[in-house]
Each structure stands twice: as C-alpha cells, then as structure tokens.
Design a binder for this molecule. Structure first.
Ligand code: G6P
Ligand code: MG
Length: 219
C-alpha cells in the first residue's frame, strides 16, 4: 500500500473553483478586466496573490496597481469568496469522495491535504471532513504556488512519509506537475491533463480498489 494519499481540495473534494471564479470576475470587472471560465482554469492551484497578478497581466494592467492596492483587491476578492462559501454544506462533497475517505480510514492509510487555499480548514469544516485528514499542509507557510512541489512536500513531511511512496490527486495541470516534481504517483481528475500517471474522468471513479490497483501496477 502507499504510505499516504494526498488530496488537492478545490475540484477534487468539492467544487469551489466556480466560487473563486465568480469572486474574481466581480473584482476584475470593477477594474475593467473581463475574465471567463476558460481563463479561470489557468488560476487553479495558483495562490490568491499570484492569481491577481495573472488577472492584471491578462487585462494588460501589469504594474498598474501599487502593492497596497493589490493587497486591497485580493482582500476584496477573498471577502466575496468567503461570503459565497456559506452556501457549502455536507452535500457539497464531490461524488465518491466521502466514501473513499471512509475506506482509507478503514484501511489505515494516512490522508493529507495539499491546498494552497488559506480557506481550506474552513471549507473542510463546512463539509464536515476535518476529521478525515491526518495532516493539512498550512498554506500560510508556503511561499510558492503549484506547480512548485512545496505544498505536497509539506504535506508529506507533516505526515512523516516519503513522497516516492505516496499518491497525489489533482484536477489541475499545475497540481499534476507539482505531484510529479516530488516523485509521487499522480492521479488526475478530469480531461486534458498531461503527465498524470492515472487519469479518471470524474471523482466518482476514484475508489480505493482503483487506487490500490494503480499503486501495485506502477510500484
Ligand atoms: C486553490 C485554488 C485557487 C486559489 C488558491 C488560493 O489553489 O485552486 O484558485 O486561488 O487555492 O485560495 P485562497 O482561498 O487562499 O484565496
Ligand atoms: Mg484543484
């Protein structure tokens, strides 16, 4: 068995990517930048501050705002986003995920979280999943967004496991690249991900028998 399984949050455990999009679209619109869902895909796994920089670049406004103004824009986005998180309930967990977490607990396989979202603990709590995670990497201690492996390495080190003996699960290209960069086995959820060791179309296909077979085949 793998020593641990490490999950991304947004797009793997719950679908908050759309809520991030709505909040950023509002803030970007207020400074005259239009963004669409396709552009939003490129923000998955990217920290709040770095997301803002990408939006400014997208709108041709790189350098147009002082660091203080940028901090205010990021804070405004987060206020809108946190407000929208109120709609999350225990029913907002993506299909199959709660069952998988229960099985991993029964199998005594440690579970970690590798999300660069500072809101991750509150989200897990809203979904009533906090107790399913043995360790959540603290995004506040991370200085580089995915595709840098830093957040996955922090999760492995917190769990006391060897990355090469772990599986990471992601829905974003930057996340798959981060997992592969630490020598973990990568599982991609969705389509169009390059370099995923195993690719599944949706979370409902993510089961322990499937992960276990993947592990035994590739190790
Ligand atoms: C995740 C999401 C990103 C988001 C980042 C920071 O990686 O995929 O879209 O920007 O977390 O989230 P936060 O809640 O701290 O703004
Ligand atoms: Mg994600």
């Amino acid at each position: 068995n793998p020593q641990a399984i490490i999950f991304d949050l947004d797009g793997v455990i719950t679908d908050t990517a759309h809520l991030h999009f709505l909040a950023w679209r509002q803030v970007a619109g207020e400074i005259g930048i239009a963004i669409d869902e396709a552009f939003n895909d490129s923000l998955k796994g990217i920290s709040r501050g770095e997301s803002l920089q990408r939006i400014l670049r997208h709108g041709g406004k790189t350098g147009a705002f002082s660091p203080e103004a940028c901090a205010q824009l990021a804070e405004r986005k987060n206020g809108l986003y946190v407000h929208s998180l109120r709609q999350l309930t225990v029913n907002s967990v993506l299909p199959g995920i709660r069952e998988l977490l229960m099985t991993l607990w029964e199998e005594r396989i440690p579970v970690g979280l590798a999300s660069v979202s500072l809101n991750a603990p509150a989200i897990l709590q809203a979904l009533d999943l906090s107790a399913c995670f043995d360790f959540c990497a603290n995004a506040a201690l991370i200085s580089r967004s995915k595709p840098d492996p830093e957040i996955f390495l922090a999760a492995c080190s917190g769990l006391g496991v060897d990355p090469k003996q772990c599986i990471g699960i992601e829905d974003a290209q930057a996340g798959i690249d981060a997992i592969n960069a630490c020598g973990m086995l990568s599982v991609g959820i969705g389509t169009g991900l390059n370099g995923a060791g195993l690719q599944l179309p949706a979370t409902e296909f993510l089961t322990w028998p499937c992960l276990s077979a993947f592990w035994q085949h590739d190790k």
